[in-house]
Design a protein around this ligand. Sequence first.
Ligand code: SR1
Ligand code: MG
Length: 401
Amino acid sequence: MAYRALTEQEAVEYVKGLPGLFTEGAELTSREIGDGNLNLVFDIQEPATGKKVIVKQALPFARVVGESWPLTIDRARIESEALRIQHKYVPDLVPEVYHFDQELALTVMENVGDHVIMRKGLIEGKRYPLFPKQIGRFLAQTLFYTSDLGAHPYDKKALVGTFINPELCKITEDLVFTDPYENAPTNDFNPLIRKEVEAIWNNKPLKLEIAKLKFDFLTRAEALLHGDLHTGSIFITESSLKAIDPEFAYYGPIGFDIGAVIANLLLNYAGQHGLQNDQGERDSYREYLLETVEDVWNEFVSQFVQLWHKQAKERSAHVEGLWQSYVKRLIQDTAGYAGCKILRRVIGLAGVADLNAIADAEKRAEAERLALAIGEALILGRNDIEESTDITDIVRNVTAR
Ligand code: SR1
Ligand code: MG
């Protein structure tokens, strides 16, 4: 079938035509629930049996802006292939793909509708004690096994080719690493923080560090990244986590994915200023978030290093001292990328609800100023970071200023 965007009813007809999902004559409901920046998402259910699937279809433009921003529908292929690879390594942490249709740029996958988007949960003040272990395992497994440490060199290079994702990478190159640091038309920030934003535009040492991080993003094909692992790409319950939406997947620096997770915990940390009125509760939730930041890194690194010792096939990986120097560089990359991802969400296109949901513009501005200060300090201070508490110390010091 030639490409066209499906309606709710057409999505039902489509899944009915697929073998093995629903029985003939099944009565299905369909609701378009996409609230992200890019795609159509249909929630399809059979009330009589409780069976359900998700149909996700890429639109040929960026939904957040409209048809004036054309965007490749090949991102649907990238996403479905990344989901399949990630599912192979961590089946419980990634939705299963049932079917992919290249022409319609459409994926039919497991419906995890009993989970909530983690960003929403954090905004509501929920705590997820299993999250660090879950996301640490997702990161360690998917990044290790797709890197030169865990993949055969021929397989790794073939995968680099499969995941050439120029248009989606360009979005990140512009929106994360370029536009927020100059007076670009895509920027979209609270007018009350203009002075702080202009200070960033004029901060040459900061811009130099961001340029270095961008060059690594452009050139360092270390592992298959999720590419957009913010808390809106994580579905969660108290006991279960599913990482979704890897349409930005490509081969890049490992710290970019870990940094995305940490950045989004810290964006919520900054947002607590306006989300939570009770000072005691705000402080206690912030402590929880900082502990989570530490635990995410510690879980990731302990699992990643264990895999390194037990599974790394690359002989040079076992040269004395290599893993320690690799891990040190990795935490510094992580802090730097976290910083960029914080700054972009405050200054650039596509902000986050952790800040945007603060109704009072002045309160929001205070939270945004804190986020900017944290992002900047992480980028400029990253070369002195050696362990996770160095990251949280930076956040605590900036908060106390
Ligand atoms: C035009 S797309 C804007 C943002 O949405 C996605 O979630 C990515 O983070 C991207 O930068
Ligand atoms: Mg997304």
